[in-house]
Ligand binder design. Structure first.
Ligand SMILES: [Zn+2]
Ligand SMILES: [Zn+2]
Length: 399
């Protein structure tokens, strides 16, 4: 696995001379996996130079994956300036966090809306596939990619990449907890050869920025120690941090964790170990009800109750979607999804739920979701459904 840093700065690009050593472009990291896949982490302003370098590289296969951790500007602003997107011979799968109130394509198309940008996404010549993800495992070639939700305003995903050569954790835009280490960060970082970590603030600056969603080198050191990380790479440098300042941060961090680096412009790290591939997996709820029926739908005057079965495939059935939408007749003012039979949920099912919600909103129908188990509830929080619908414990809580 080869890792190259094209953008290391957090929040906003800082093209000043006193930032040139560690770099002024916002988040973008290129990963070439052991089996030759191109994976790009985040599309901050650093992705522009990466694009130029890819176009100039005749040996590079004309395809790749772009993973957007979240939709804050410093992670998407370079996207419209990534030249391979305009080239017909390229294809990309673009992965992004599923958020019901900010979908992947609307986030990317939104910043290219005609208020902000001269051309829209129609100008892209490359073949593009958009995939929304939650906490899950994805396979890219032979590389296992695991995502976990991080503690960041409006949500964010952190990632763990494991190929035949090593393990790299990409944990940026996360705020540590003061009373404990974040178990999701630990999970991503466990035994990693490299952990790229959000070190925007110094421990001294941090108290004035509580709740801003960023961490410190010291919290990075604590995770690195607890998770047996070989090399800690400080990332997402504060826009105000000059090269001189980052030199001091690194010196101090190394007194506590000698294997610490600061990500810098064009830094390259190569992992050449030999790991057995290990498949990580998410905790799964045991599904208690196994119904042969795909769903139950009942209408009681103004209220529609929909109880999908444990088989998530029902959410993709056109028939089911149609039946649900058809039930939103004029008299109906409340729709209740009863998730009592659901052991788990995936991003396709969430996509259908987002569609139902949108249709319900058009008709001013109240939307409730009840009896979700703790796993499903957590996913609903991560994907921000809790911000837009009422999630209740029992059917009696439905007004
Ligand atoms: Zn950021
Ligand atoms: Zn952010």
């Amino acid at each position: 696995m080869k890792i190259k840093f094209w953008g290391t700065r957090g929040s906003i690009a800082t093209p000043e001379p006193e930032h040139m050593k560690y770099g002024g472009n916002t988040a973008c990291v290129e990963v070439r996996t052991a089996d030759g896949e191109l994976i790009i982490l985040d599309a901050g302003t650093g992705i522009r130079r990466l694009g130029a370098s890819l176009l100039a590289d005749e040996t590079c296969p004309r395809r790749g994956s772009i993973i957007i951790s979240h939709y804050h500007w410093d992670h998407i602003q370079g996207f419209p300036f990534f030249a391979p997107l305009y080239a017909k011979d390229w294809s990309f799968t673009v992965y992004g966090q599923f958020k019901v109130d900010g979908r992947l394509t609307s986030a990317l198309a939104g910043q290219m809306g005609n208020l902000y940008f001269p051309v829209d996404m129609e100008a892209f010549g490359a073949e593009l596939k958009f995939v929304e993800i939650i906490e899950q495992d994805i396979q890219i070639g032979q590389t296992l990619v695991t995502s976990r939700a991080l503690n960041h305003p409006q949500g964010n995903l952190g990632f763990r990449f494991q190929d035949g050569a090593g393990i790299m954790a990409y944990v940026t835009d996360t705020e540590h907890f003061e009373d404990r280490l974040d178990e999701k960060v630990l999970e991503l970082a466990q035994d990693a050869d490299v952990m790229i970590y959000d070190a925007q603030y110094t421990p001294e600056q941090y108290p004035n920025h509580r709740g801003w969603g960023h961490s410190t080198w010291r919290a990075g050191v604590e995770v690195a120690r607890a998770a047996n990380v070989k090399t800690l790479v400080l990332f997402h440098h504060d826009p105000a941090a000059t090269d001189e300042k980052i030199d001091t941060i690194i010196e101090t961090a190394r007194t506590e964790y000698p294997n610490t680096l600061a990500s810098s412009r064009d830094l390259e790290i190569t992992l050449e170990g030999h790991h057995k591939p290990v498949v990580s997996s998410l905790p799964r709820a045991t599904t208690t009800v196994r119904s042969r029926l795909n769903y139950k739908l009942e209408r009681d005057e103004q209220k529609v109750m929909i109880r999908p079965s444990s088989f998530l495939s029902v959410f993709n059935s056109e028939e089911f979607k149609q039946v649900v939408i058809d039930s939103f007749v004029d008299e109906v003012n409340t729709v209740v999804f009863d998730f009592v039979d659901l052991g788990e949920i995936d991003s396709l099912a969430l996509g259908s739920m987002a569609y139902f919600l949108e249709e319900a909103e058009k008709k001013e129908i109240n939307f409730y979701l009840c009896r979700a188990n703790e796993f499903v509830r957590e996913v609903l929080m991560i994907t921000r459904f809790d911000q837009v619908i009422k999630i209740v414990d029992s059917l009696e809580d439905v007004a």
